[in-house]
Design a protein around this ligand. Structure first.
Ligand code: MG
Length: 213
């Protein structure tokens, strides 16, 4: 059985990692304290090299934008993963499941984060939107993610993620069952509902394994 996982705020705490990075960065450049929330707001959903061209301009920094981007990639890669994630993924693999990553974002930063978590080796395929030219919730993204795992969507499987539209609605339209990592939020009407609502990846995996048994 195929299990696809979102990366940010599903397997790893991107939000916390971004806040940590922004705090250190603002201090190191002696920027005003409010710069911290401005940076977090700007990079809240996604970060690309072009964001650092704009931030450099906005804060009047002399840094090379490429250096800023690389500093960010290294900093954010230290984002902590959520507790219990590794053990649960290992259990799922031992149970014969095929594991994949389906994530939106820039290839270098997404791969740097996965490498830093030490989780990358657990996945049969890693699908990053920038590398395949298709973003979730597009069907093509899920199709490519399954193919990178050597699997097919029509054989069924699960998508686990925190994004109501990108992960749950998109995954459901692609024919997958879905687990929504709610992070304390309530569901939005108008989208395909998740099959299960969970507190995190370990709970999702527990239910998925029980369902498949
Ligand atoms: Mg996410």
């Amino acid at each position: 059985m195929l299990a696809l996982f979102d990366l940010d705020n599903t397997l790893i705490d991107r939000r916390g990692g971004l806040e940590d990075w922004a705090r250190v960065f603002v201090r190191s450049r002696r920027l005003l304290p409010e710069a911290e929330s401005l940076i977090c707001e700007r990079l809240r959903e996604r970060a690309y090299p072009s964001d650092f061209v704009d931030l450099r301009e906005a804060f009047g920094l002399s840094d090379d934008p490429g250096d800023l981007w690389h500093g960010y990639v290294e900093g954010i890669a230290r984002s902590v993963r959520f507790p219990g994630v590794r053990e649960s993924l290992e259990d799922l693999r031992r149970g014969g499941w095929t594991l994949g990553i389906a994530t939106n974002g820039a290839g270098d930063v997404q791969r740097a984060k996965l490498t830093a978590t030490g989780l990358a080796f657990l996945f049969d395929g890693i699908c990053v939107s920038e590398e395949i030219g298709s973003r979730k919730p597009a069907y093509e993204h899920f199709e490519a993610a399954a193919a990178l795992c050597g699997a097919r969507l029509d054989a069924g499987g699960w998508m686990v993620g925190d994004g109501p539209e990108t992960d749950v609605h998109g995954g459901s339209v692609a024919g997958l069952r879905t687990a929504w990592v709610s992070n304390g939020r309530t569901w939005l009407d108008g989208l395909h509902r998740p099959d299960i609502v969970v507190s995190g990846v370990p709970e999702a995996i527990e239910v998925m394994r029980a369902t498949a048994a």
